[in-house]
Design a protein around this ligand. Structure first.
Ligand code: FES
Ligand code: FES
Length: 185
């Protein structure tokens, strides 16, 4: 007897934070669910699960996406960066550091997604001004900060010429690190 549609299992291969990850997942598994429950990467958070809040934001091939509404299977063969993968050589990414400097977080629930959305924005517009930053982050909600310090933090990075290429996933040309393939089922 065949599996019900959502229960069909697929093999999905991702490069996550520079590490190749192969797993068998149910066809209906979201990228967020796979990252958190399959790979144990819990920086991306569940918020609305309807593409409204941005708590689940990750980078997919370098661009921010809301992982609650991307299927893991849709990311097959692609590169994913989560907040766990931003720091390089134990040093925070410049956007993370700027959030710390400008007190741009309180409870921190929105912060991983907010930082990744800012990284994506600043890569596309390294010299973004306040209008561009406010517009670019409008899909990421914060219940605590009132946004002012978040905007200041992102503008400070723009003023320094934009984010550097410290994202781990960018460092290896083929996106892989030796000996880092994993298979889950
Ligand atoms: S949990 Fe994905 S946008 Fe809210
Ligand atoms: S710091 Fe609490 S939701 Fe943004």
């Amino acid at each position: 007897m065949s599996e019900p549609p959502g229960r069909t299992r697929l093999t999905v291969t991702l490069t996550v934070n520079g590490s190749r990850q192969v797993a068998d997942v149910e066809a209906g598994t979201t990228l967020l669910g796979h990252l958190r429950d399959g790979l144990g990467l819990t920086a991306a958070n569940h918020g609305c699960d309807t593409t409204s809040c941005g708590a689940c934001t990750v980078l997919l091939d370098g661009r921010s996406v809301k992982s609650c509404t991307v299927l893991a299977a849709q990311a097959d063969g692609r590169e994913v960066v989560t907040a766990e993968g931003l720091a390089a050589d134990d040093r925070p990414h410049p956007v993370q550091e700027s959030f710390r400097e400008h007190h741009a977080l309180q409870c921190g629930y929105c912060t991983p997604g907010m930082v990744l959305a800012a990284v994506s924005l600043l890569r596309e517009q390294p010299d973004a001004g306040e209008r561009e930053v406010r517009c670019g982050l409008r899909g990421n909600l914060c219940r605590c900060t009132g946004y002012h310090n978040i905007i200041r933090a992102v503008l400070a990075v723009a003023a320094r010429g934009g984010p550097d290429s410290a994202v781990k996933g960018d460092r290896d040309a083929d996106g892989l690190r030796a000996g880092s393939e994993h298979r889950l089922s």
